[in-house]
Every structure is written in structure tokens, then in C-alpha cells.
Write a protein that binds this ligand. Sequence first.
Ligand SMILES: Cc1ncc(COP(=O)(O)O)c(C=O)c1O
Length: 419
Amino acid sequence: MRHDWYERAQRVIPGGVNSPVRSFGSVGGEPVFVKRGAGSRIYTEDGRELIDCCQSWGALLFGHAHPMIMDAVADALERGTSFGIATAREVAFAEMLCCLVPEMDMVRAVNSGTEAVMTAVRVARGYTGRDCVVKFDGCYHGHSDAMLVKAGSGLLSGAESSSAGVPAATAADTLVVPYNDLDAVRTVVQNRGKDIAAIIVEPVAANMGLVLPQPGFLEGLRTLCDEVGCLLIFDEVITGFRFGPSTYGHLCGVPADLTCLGKIIGGGLPMAAVGGRKAVMELLSPCGPVYQAGTLSGNPLAVSAGLAMLQLLADGSIYEQLEKLGEALAQNVSAAKPNVFLQRRAGAFTPFISDTAPNNLADVQATRHADYAQLFQHALSKGVYLPPSPFETAFLSAAHTREDIAVIASALSDFQDGR
Ligand SMILES: Cc1ncc(COP(=O)(O)O)c(C=O)c1O
């Protein structure tokens, strides 16, 4: 069944997509247009049924259209779509988040991960009275000016913006270091410590493909932040509630000062949050001098979906299920295709076309990522939708079955690579 949605989309939406990661720029061909989703499947406008390993970029821990989340949204819908006035549900949502993440005394709900990070960075600057932020090459923290920065030629000479339109002065306040490289962080901290408001990190990096923190890396960041008096921000937009019913920081015993959440906590609706200790969070207006606001923040539909999601995951049983599914996938792939290294944690994975696990962006760039286009197209032809970029993470959900895993594993294993 042919359709002309892409043609029409390109006329009225830049590139035909509302977020560049949906385009097929790095894998070739036309982006998929989804008509509906159910469980592990998406159904496209051109009549295909695909096993979805994108799961709204990790937001859908239980698959598409889970009945409890659908019911919660339907129930909320009957009572109105938005008030811009406080609701009891927002309080219940914040209480539940603070209960599941004991490091957080307070949370502020926002609409996207970008906003959560932007707010956390502003709070850190307000708290410390300093301007610089240290981030890691290959970590993505949304599209605010300060975070669209990549490593420049020298660690200490400041970074370069990774987007047009970002003022050089803004980029200069962001210092970029390689992921998993504590020595590099130490050097930056020694030289610029008095200027540094925060170190921000994805505690498990998931935006250069999946890259795991080396033992001691996160603990080392915590120590360096304490030494220099800056805040540690964990950007858990992907990792929050991904590996257990809490943040990664809580699960691994490294407390962040501020935690950014998104994706899963909204159950598939636009919802994100920033949380932390009372003394830090009370800097936000109207308590304190750091301004932040949002017409749709704490939107009743999103809060209801988020609450249903938190209730579904709170007993932790889904994580055993995801671990088993992920493990089965990794075993099948490594047995059939040894030159694909399936980097994985629970149900999150990246098939690196490489013999070894990357530790940072340079390692990722050294993998045979050009072959990912073949892998992607082959998987698509076998009915498996992977993220359309070699530098993203794929996600399994509780709705994926053992049969789905077998199909995904064979799609990842029997493509022709350029070797
Ligand atoms: C770690 C991380 N932080 C922030 C963001 C930005 O979130 P959003 O796309 O909701 O603005 C993302 C998005 O993928 C992310 O992965």
C-alpha cells in the first residue's frame, strides 16, 4: 500500500519530521509513518506490522497502549484537558516520585527532558553563583543552548556549539570531556573548579549508543563535585525507572544533587521532572530566585499517565522480565554473529558492529557504524523497527515476547555487513 505522507510532510514540516531522530538520514530511505501501536507492535500507514524496538525512544516500558495507562488517560480526559491551576494528582505524582527516589525531597514537573535539564542547570548556577557546566562528549541532554556543545580542540579552551544559532559565549561556559575519563574531569576541575556550577552526566550513556559507566566513574564524579563545591546532575531522562523502580543513581548508590527525569515517568505523554534535596529545589520560584514556569506543566493527562506507569512498575517485577528478554537477545546474537557486540543493560541495547564494548564517543566512532544502515534496512525488511541511527539505544518492553526476541535476534544476525 503506497502512501504520500512523507511527500506531503516535507512540504509543511522541515525534513518531514518533528524531531530529526525520526528521519532516516543515516540509514537511507523514507521514515515510517505510524498509524497505531499495540504492545510490542506498530502498524504503519503503508500497511506494515513491525516489532517496535524504539518504544517512543524508551518512554513505553510496557509497550504501546497498555490498558492501565489508556484507562488512566481516558478517565482524566473526561475531567478536562488542562487547567493551569494546581491539581491533587500533581501532588500524588510528586509524592510517589519522592517515595521511589529517596534522594529527592521535592520535584518540579515540566514537559520535556530538555526543560528538565535546562532547569537543573539554571538551579545549579543559582545555587553556586558560578556559570560553567561540565558535560561529557556523546551525552545528550536535550536541545537547550548550553547543552548543544561538543568537545573543542582542547579540554580547557572551552567547547564548540554543535548547532548553528548557539551563541559562542554560551558554548564557552560548557566544558566537554570524554565519558568514563575521570582523569580528564580531574584536570578540568583543577583548572576551572571555582567557575564550575555543575557536572552533568547520563549515568548510563544512551545517546551514543549504549555506553556503560566504568566501575568508579560515577563515584569519582561525586567526590570531585564535593571537593570543588559544585552540584552533580544526573540526567536520567532515559535511565530513570529503566533498570529498576527508581533512578540509576539510587540503584547504584551514588546520590546526585539534582536528577532530571522524563520519558518513562510520563507513560508516553509529554512529562518530565527535575528533583533534588529541599535546600536546592527551594531555589526555584516562587520559593526562591531561580525562575522557571510552564503553562502545561503538571498537565492532568500526562500526570495521570505517569502515575499509572509508576504504579505499574513500582513492584519491580518488570525489570526481571526485561533482563531475561535482553539476556536472551544478547545470547542469540552473540552465538550467530560474533562481530556484532550487543551492548545491553536490562531491555536497553545497541548492536555495535564491533568486537568490543565502546567506553566513550571515540570508541563508538571507531566501530563499523557505516554498516548500521545495512543492519537497519535488513531488520526493517524482516519486520523489526530499530532506531534509525547507529548512535541511539533500542528498547524492549514488557510487551515483547520470546517470539519477538527470536525475530529481532535473527534480524540482527543475518544481515550482510561490509566486512
Ligand atoms: C538523556 C536525555 N536527556 C534529555 C533528553 C531530552 O528530552 P526531550 O526529548 O524530552 O526534550 C533526552 C532525549 O532523548 C535524553 O535522552
